[in-house]
Design a protein around this ligand. Structure first.
Ligand SMILES: NC(=O)c1ccc[n+]([C@@H]2O[C@H](COP(=O)([O-])OP(=O)(O)OC[C@H]3O[C@@H](n4cnc5c(N)ncnc54)[C@H](OP(=O)(O)O)[C@@H]3O)[C@@H](O)[C@H]2O)c1
Length: 332
C-alpha cells in the first residue's frame, strides 16, 4: 500500500491546527483520476480553509490546497492515462475534497486539464489559481474593449498573488499600470513587474462624494469592500473594473452614480466554477503569449513544513507575490 505525506488540518476544541500526516490512497475520496502531485500553490482560500472557515471547509480533518499540478498515476476514464501531466484548480479541490497539500489527490476527470506542453509543474503553480484569476480579469477587461491608449489601469492588493500577476500581465500587454498597495517596501518589486506608479492604499480613503475625478480607464480589484466602492468613483467614463476578491470585505457600499452617470461596468470574475474549456483557454495563453517570466522566476518555493506560517501571512495581509509548494521531484 502506498503511503504519502499530506498537510492536514485538525479541529480540536474549536481550534484548527495543521500537521504533516501519513496517509494511504484509500483514504482519498472517490474519483476517476489519481494524480501524484508534484506542486501546489498557496492562495487566500487555502488560508481560510486552514484556519477553520466553515464557508470554505465544512469538515475536518482536511487537506487544503485548491491547486495541484502533477502526473496521472491511474485513471478509470479513457481521456486520461498514467503519465499524463495535468493541472487541477478550483471546483471543490481543497475545499471539501482533499487538495494539493497532499502528495496525491483523487478527483473527477472533469476537473483535470492537460498541462500545456511548455509549462513545468513548478511554472504552472507559480500562476496557480491566483494567476488564472488575474488573467481572467485581464481577459474580461480586454473583451470590454479596454485598450492601452485609453489611460492607466489600477491594480489593488497589488503585492498579493492575484495582484502581482495582474500587474506583470497588464504591463506586458502595454498598459500603464498603477499599483495600489499597503506595503511601502514592495514598491521596487512592483516597479520591476512593470508598474509605472505605486499608490498608497490609504489614498483611496472613504469620501462622502459619490464621484471623484476620473483617473483610470480600468481596474483589477482583489480587495472588495469600501476600497472597491471608492475605486468605482475614480474610473473614467466608459471604463470597467474586474472584481475578483474580498480581502477588504464583502459589503459594497456604493451608489448607482458610477454606473448611470459614467457608464462604468463592474465585471465579476470567478475562476473556480467556470467551465473547464474556459480555464484551458486561459492556461494556453499563460503558457504562450501571456507568459509572465517574473511570476515564474520570482515565486517563492516552500515545503510542507513551512505551510503553517506561510498561510498565516495571508490572513494577516502580509503575503507577498506567489508561493509554490513543492512536494517532490518532477519526473515528467
Ligand atoms: N474570484 C475568484 O475566483 C478568486 C480566485 C482567486 C482569488 N480570489 C480572491 O482574490 C483575493 C486576493 O487573493 P490573493 O491570493 O491575491 O491574496 P493575497 O496574496 O493575500 O493578496 C491580497 C492583497 O490584498 C491586500 N490586502 C490585504 N488585506 C487587505 C485589507 N484589509 N484591505 C485592503 N487590502 C488588503 C494586500 O496587498 P497590498 O498590501 O499590496 O495592498 C495583500 O497582499 C482574495 O479575496 C481571494 O479570495 C478570488
Amino acid at each position: 500500500m502506498v503511503h504519502f505525506r499530506a498537510w492536514r488540518v485538525h479541529e480540536k476544541d474549536g481550534q484548527f491546527q495543521g500537521s504533516i500526516d501519513m496517509m494511504t490512497q484509500d483514504q482519498l475520496p472517490e474519483g476517476e483520476v489519481l494524480v501524484r502531485v508534484s506542486h501546489s500553490s498557496l492562495n487566500y482560500k487555502d488560508a481560510l480553509s486552514a484556519s477553520g472557515n466553515k464557508g470554505v471547509t465544512r469538515e475536518y480533518p482536511h487537506t487544503p490546497g485548491i491547486d495541484a499540478a502533477g502526473v496521472v498515476e491511474s485513471s478509470t476514464v479513457p481521456a486520461f492515462h498514467a503519465g499524463d501531466r495535468v493541472i487541477v484548480t478550483g471546483y471543490d479541490l481543497g475545499m471539501n475534497t482533499d487538495g494539493g497539500f497532499g502528495e496525491y489527490i483523487r478527483v473527477p476527470a472533469a476537473w483535470c486539464l492537460p498541462m500545456p506542453e511548455s509549462l513545468s509543474g513548478a511554472a504552472a503553480m507559480s500562476y496557480g489559481t491566483a494567476g488564472l484569476t488575474a488573467a481572467l480579469c485581464v481577459d474580461k477587461l480586454l473583451r470590454m474593449g479596454l485598450a492601452p491608449d485609453q489611460g492607466p489601469v489600477l491594480v489593488t492588493g497589488a503585492s498579493g498573488g492575484v495582484g502581482t500577476v495582474a500587474v506583470e500581465l497588464l504591463a506586458r500587454l502595454g498598459f500603464e499600470v498603477v499599483a495600489l498597495s499597503g506595503k511601502h517596501d514592495e514598491a521596487g518589486r512592483l516597479k520591476q513587474l512593470g508598474a509605472i506608479e505605486i499608490v498608497d492604499r490609504a489614498v483611496l480613503e472613504t469620501s462622502k462624494r459619490p464621484l471623484q475625478r476620473g483617473s483610470y480607464a480600468g481596474a483589477v480589484d482583489t480587495v472588495g469592500g469600501t476600497l472597491l466602492a471608492e475605486l468605482l468613483k475614480v474610473i473614467r467614463p466608459g471604463g470597467a473594473v474586474a472584481c475578483c476578491g474580498m480581502v477588504g470585505g464583502i459589503e459594497l457600499p456604493t451608489t448607482v452614480f458610477p454606473f448611470i452617470l459614467r457608464g462604468i461596468s463592474l465585471l465579476g470574475v470567478d475562476s473556480v466554477e467556470i467551465p473547464l474549456a474556459d480555464k484551458q483557454r486561459i492556461w494556453e495563453k499563460l503558457s504562450s503569449e501571456w507568459r509572465c517570466p517574473q511570476t515564474e522566476q520570482g515565486a517563492r518555493t516552500i515545503g510542507l513544513e513551512s505551510l503553517g506560517p506561510a498561510l498565516k501571512a495571508f490572513l494577516e495581509g502580509h503575503s507577498r507575490g506567489r508561493v509554490v509548494l513543492a512536494h517532490q521531484t518532477e519526473t515528467a
